[in-house]
Design a protein around this ligand. Sequence first.
Ligand SMILES: NC(=O)c1ccc[n+]([C@@H]2O[C@H](COP(=O)([O-])OP(=O)(O)OC[C@H]3O[C@@H](n4cnc5c(N)ncnc54)[C@H](O)[C@@H]3O)[C@@H](O)[C@H]2O)c1
Length: 283
Amino acid sequence: MGDIISVGIVGSGIMGSGLAEVAARSGYDVIVRSRTTAGADAVVAGLTKSLDKQVSKERITLDERDAVLARVTATDHLGKLADCDLVIESVVEDLAVKQELFSELEQIVKPSGILATNTSTLPVIELAMATQRPDQVCGIHFFNPAPMINLVEIIKPITASDDTIKSALAFATTCGKDAVEVVDRAGFVVNALLFPYLNNAVRMYEQGTATMDDIDTAMRGGCNFPMGPFALLDLVGLDTSLAILDALYDEFRDSNYAAVSTLRRKVAAGQLGRKTGHGFNQY
Ligand SMILES: NC(=O)c1ccc[n+]([C@@H]2O[C@H](COP(=O)([O-])OP(=O)(O)OC[C@H]3O[C@@H](n4cnc5c(N)ncnc54)[C@H](O)[C@@H]3O)[C@@H](O)[C@H]2O)c1
């Protein structure tokens, strides 16, 4: 397994776009695959806007901006990922969708390619077993917003080889991130600890303990958190948050992980947070 030079990203949502920016700014050749041409174009437009902002703040030069953009290609064709050394999928948090994608990637990506998932909670082993190369499958879990948050969790399913994990750790480090290695358990470290807190914040609001704004204010001020639980749920996306809680509950059967009904109802109503302009708050 050689060094990673080219990176494929599948998915053009919040995280797919962020991953493309991180990898391209770290010197990798990046191909982002979206299901539609409009989605692919939106990734490049979003990246250009983000880089322009960095130029105007004098954090990068115009030449650096152009060099990053030159390293990024967007496509709606999965076949374009054939020569990637590493492919990270970052599509919707749905096991069946991801399994189908991994079996397609198995057919397309060169045999030496590593296949990784950015899942927040799903069992990585179930994705590894959808391929003929389970030793070359792992989790590379970035956080939102990917360009700003310094942590990456590297998830090792029981089938992954040490070389795969070594390459994933080297990739995360080259991206300027602090990497921690975690076994393949739902929620890994961060979400297993974070989501009971977020879920219980919504429960507390349901019970009338305080308003949403006051719960956010309390947790910012009292714990010195950069944002309160409702602002964070809106940033993560309520659909993704619900999928995370459901996966945690499936694995641990702990009532702290049983998603409270307000969250489930909001998702049913299409109020998914910042990405739809309406979640617990309006945007
Ligand atoms: N939002 C976060 O804070 C966060 C943080 C870390 C990891 N993640 C993980 O990243 C992944 C993507 O989450 P996101 O927040 O970017 O979600 P998002 O809703 O912003 O984007 C989801 C992407 O999946 C694509 N998609 C939807 N249905 C699909 C299907 N049936 N087949 C193929 N593609 C499909 C969408 O077109 C979109 O590009 C999830 O696994 C999530 O758990 C999310």
